[in-house]
Design a binder for this molecule. Structure first.
Ligand SMILES: [Zn+2]
Length: 235
């Protein structure tokens, strides 16, 4: 086989190996991303609960204000009572007093109800915060694993890149440029074997003339249909 073609095949295989490490890196980061996403959803849960709590707090504030108003009203009524002149006036004041007391009873029970609800929301928030602490601890562990796994892959990549650099340095630079140009669009299928007289990249059958040239292996032959570099796989 032509020396240049042999080098091209070697370089393309090394490029493929380097590229295949990217999905490996993604896979390693996947678990970490899942945990981070999990934490994010927990934080959203807390934000929602805090909104609920704020709404309850506002309701409570209104109830307290109402209590105040009714208290002031009672005081006023008792003052008026001491100055009452007719039976009719007394009756009207009694009704007013009763209404104020009803309101006070109602607002007090509202305040109790709201306090219990706020306490339950607080409990939920605390439980989620405890979960987040656990998730954070997991994240620290996973981050350590990810860092060491990535370090391994980086080392592997370096070894392969060096191997490639050694070959590329000795190669005819015109051929290297030609290969890089094809690689821009064909990626890891820039240099492909011929199977059953068809291009291993576009799978279209090549003519007997081109096929015999590829079989000879004297030259760098490209697929007439797609332009990928062709070779015969020897096993
Ligand atoms: Zn082709």
């Amino acid at each position: 086989m032509n020396k240049y073609l042999k080098e091209l095949i070697d370089v393309s295989l090394l490029d493929k190996e380097i590229d295949l490490m990217e999905p490996k890196i993604e896979q390693i980061k996947r678990e970490l991303n899942l945990k981070l996403y999990h934490k994010e959803t927990k934080n959203l849960d807390i934000a929602n609960l805090q909104e609920q709590k704020e709404a309850l707090r506002l309701q409570m504030q209104k109830s307290n204000e109402s209590l105040h108003t009714q208290g002031a009203r009672l005081e006023e009524i008792s003052k008026k009572m001491s100055e009452v002149k007719t039976e009719k006036e007394l009756k009207a004041l009694n009704i007013e007093e009763e209404l104020a007391r009803e309101q006070i009873t109602y607002q007090n029970s509202e305040i109790n109800r709201l306090e219990a609800q706020i306490a339950s929301v607080d409990e939920k928030i605390q439980a989620i915060q405890e979960e987040i602490v656990k998730i954070d601890a997991d994240i620290v562990e996973i981050e350590k694993d990810v860092a060491s796994a990535l370090e391994e892959i980086r080392k592997e990549q370096e070894v392969i890149s060096k191997k490639k650099a050694v070959i590329v340095e000795k190669m005819d630079q015109k051929i290297v440029l030609f290969y890089e140009k094809i690689r821009k669009w064909a990626k890891n299928t820039s240099v492909v074997p011929v199977y059953k007289q068809a291009c291993g990249g576009c799978f279209i059958r090549i003519s007997d003339r081109v096929y015999s040239e590829v079989l000879k292996g004297d030259d760098i032959i490209t697929c007439p249909h797609c332009g990928r570099i062709l070779y015969i796989q020897e096993d």
